[in-house]
Design a protein around this ligand. Sequence first.
Ligand SMILES: *Cc1c(COP(=O)(O)O)cnc(C)c1O
Length: 414
Amino acid sequence: MQSTESSFENIRKDFPILKRTVRDNKPLVYLDNASTTQKPNQVIDAITDYYQNHNANIHRAVYALAEESTEAYETARDKIANFVNVKNRQEIIFVRGTTEAINLVAYAWGRSHVNEGDIIVTTEYEHHSNIVPWQLLTQEKRAKLEYIGMDDNGELNLDDLDKYLATGKVKLVTFSLMSNVLGTITDAKKIIEKCKAAGVLTLIDGAQAVPHMKVDLDTLGCDFFAFSGHKMLAPTGVGILWVRKSVLQTMNPFHGGGDMIREVHKYETTWNELPYKFEAGTPNIADVIGFGAAIDYLTKIGMDNVRQHEIELTTYALEKFAKIPGLQIYGTKDIAKRGGVISFNFADVHPHDVADIIDKEGISLRSGHHCAQVLMERLNVAATSRASFYIYNTKEDVDALIDSLNIVAKVFKL
Ligand SMILES: *Cc1c(COP(=O)(O)O)cnc(C)c1O
């Protein structure tokens, strides 16, 4: 596929939902992609095909359907490994999403590696999924949770990291590769370098990064990496935890049950090989296969083209936003350092009032704290409005948003 904007126009045909209208026949303008993305026919068809033609439980039986299901499930694992450049498929664990992935690490790694007085470091712009599991762990272990602060441009103050690392007590540094509120792309290389020099493990929340840019886990150098399928065209309920094998081998199981065992006796159990030791119970087979179809779809477009498309849309939107009276944008204006997420507020207008007006125009826009209340406190706001783009969004979508924002400005006499 070519990288021209016209080929991105063709993409819209693959998404049946984009044909529908909302609120008095307004065309749907979907701008809440940081929350979840829409699904192309290729993904919907893969799920339907699985249930219509192949459905059976995996890994257990030798009959034809079971073999086909197992093969399709494991092929999806290989596609995903390949997509983020993971060489060893044993390091790819299927989970429900980023939230479960991080909880798995906090439980199965954290409980046996973090002790009283140890420090876990996170950042001020994390999603609640990358804060609350660490609060639970550090409270249980009487360890400490510390935050890397953020400057007014939405970039991390890495001096804070140096300060914590100097204590010699840090066990893990965790951060989002791209903020779901500000769009800031974190300087992962620099953080990982510092942590490696200090012998400290790193966990990356890749929920916003993997859908929007090329991510290469073979060269990134972190130890844990989490992302969700549903923010990159795949169904809800499937995601990935990647763990470097040498670290994975030091971890206890998360859930106990079927499939994660080798042998179970009355009082002791031996574990299955990796990655199955961490995949207890019947997994979300159909949706994993749908995830594989989403990977095929994105691979065909090319992640560099996805990023380029979003740079174009975001640049266009930021220029237009700057002309709307009373509108304040959060985060850096440097397009190289941000993804296609724009958070903003109108002077004194509550973001929910903004969302109400915009909704009447058929535009799906998110208003709220975006699961990032620590960041809201840092910005000294209760909430923001947020527009977030994906491959099927167009300049016309941005224009529709701009028109509706001008209505807000007019209604509130800004
Ligand atoms: C959406 C999101 C999560 C949570 O993902 P789930 O799929 O809800 O588990 C975590 N971190 C970031 C940065 C996100 O955008």
